[in-house]
Design a protein around this ligand. Structure first.
Ligand SMILES: O=P(O)(O)OC[C@H]1O[C@@H](O)[C@H](O)[C@@H]1O
Length: 173
């Protein structure tokens, strides 16, 4: 069971709701962040940033959480969600793509296209939430560099100087 912060704009509303039902049926702790209905006037940045913030806050608190955003054009949602410090938002059109994003960059926000096949989207979501980071020393160091830039505005400092065991320890904390 995982917490899933789920949201969709009018470009992904029907698929978002379908995924909500499936995820709840599978026993996950699903938090729906809107919209409440198809609203052509809603804007994806609000929802993208909302779920980006929610997943980062949960992960900082040690909660096993992910975010999923469904919009018409995934790239738009990815750009918006990645403005949140600590959010690593990626688009994925298949389980294999989702697995790669999790292994390499420990992505925490999955952005799906509203016209995706429901079953493929569900399998993609499941692959995303059940795959972990691989090669923690190398991949973790690079993620720590991103976080260093987010927090300090530089990648010249501590993250690039860590020893492998420090990276593994730091990343697993
Ligand atoms: O309703 P329109 O503006 O045509 O398209 C909305 C979609 O276009 C992009 O902003 C987002 O992907 C959103 O889902």
């Amino acid at each position: 069971m995982r917490r899933i912060h789920l949201t969709a704009d009018h470009g992904g509303y029907e698929l978002g709701r379908a995924l909500q039902q499936r995820a709840e049926g599978a026993g996950h702790d699903v938090i729906w962040h809107g919209a409440d209905a198809v609203d052509p006037g809603d804007d994806y940045p609000v929802q993208a940033i909302r779920v980006g913030r929610a997943v980062v806050e949960d992960q900082d608190a040690g909660i096993d959480a992910f975010a999923v955003l469904v919009v018409e054009e995934p790239a738009a949602g990815v750009v918006a969600a990645n403005k949140v410090n600590g959010a690593r938002a990626v688009p994925a059109t298949s389980p294999n793509v989702a697995i790669a994003t999790r292994r390499v960059v420990d992505a925490n926000v999955l952005v799906l296209g509203g016209d995706a096949d429901e079953q493929v989207a569900w399998l993609t979501l499941n692959a995303f939430i059940t795959t972990g980071l691989e090669h923690v020393v190398d991949h973790g160091r690079r993620i720590l560099q991103i976080e260093e830039y987010e927090n300090a505005g530089t990648i010249e400092g501590w993250a690039v100087q860590l020893e492998p065991e420090q990276i593994a320890r730091q990343y697993s904390e």
